[in-house]
Design a protein around this ligand. Structure first.
Ligand code: ZN
Length: 175
């Protein structure tokens, strides 16, 4: 199996805004966006760090693994996610090595990506997620980037308008 990089580190928090006080404001990471992820019953803040991301995950329901983790252990690192080249191949290889898997076959995660979890019992206490980039996902990312670009452009237009207003005002004063 081939690990390509760490995709993200997920940190469970009980309050996103409060957590951003450290992760964004004090540490200086950029917040790309905060997203409601209904199929995971959580809200996630994404903070890119080069080729990887820090994800702050706040459960929105009490009956998820993340919610139980928070209740039992408090805020902290929930899992580490590696991007692999071929997730089926990775799972087969781990299984052959006697590694305990939570998902023996890949699940379809947010944005259509293929994911699977390895049981902490086999990883020295760390929940490990594997992820394979699928053909579908770049389109989801592209759609998200377009929405963001639209927002930036709309903001830019508003700024250009107010700059024009300002210049018009200056013109008026000089007369
Ligand atoms: Zn994850």
């Amino acid at each position: 199996m081939k690990i390509k990089r760490i995709d993200h580190i997920a940190i469970v928090v009980d309050d996103i805004d409060n957590a951003l006080g450290f992760w964004r404001d004090a540490l200086g990471l950029n917040l790309s966006h905060v997203e409601d992820v209904p199929d995971q019953r959580s809200v996630v803040a994404f903070l890119p760090t080069g080729a990887s991301e820090v994800e702050l995950v706040k459960p929105t329901s009490r009956d998820t693994g993340v919610a139980r983790f928070l209740e039992k252990r408090g805020p902290g690192i929930h899992h580490i996610c590696f991007e692999v080249e071929d997730i089926e191949d990775a799972l087969a290889s781990l299984k052959a090595d006697g590694i305990r898997l939570i998902n023996e076959t890949p699940q379809i995660g947010t944005g259509g990506k293929k994911i699977a979890f390895i049981h902490p019992e086999s990883t020295h206490g760390v929940l490990v997620e594997l992820y394979e980039l699928t053909g579908q996902e770049p389109e989801v990312r592209l759609a998200r980037a377009r929405r963001l670009a639209d927002r930036v452009l709309a903001g830019g237009q508003a700024m250009a308008n107010s700059a024009l207003e300002f210049l018009r005002g200056l013109g008026g004063n000089s007369r």
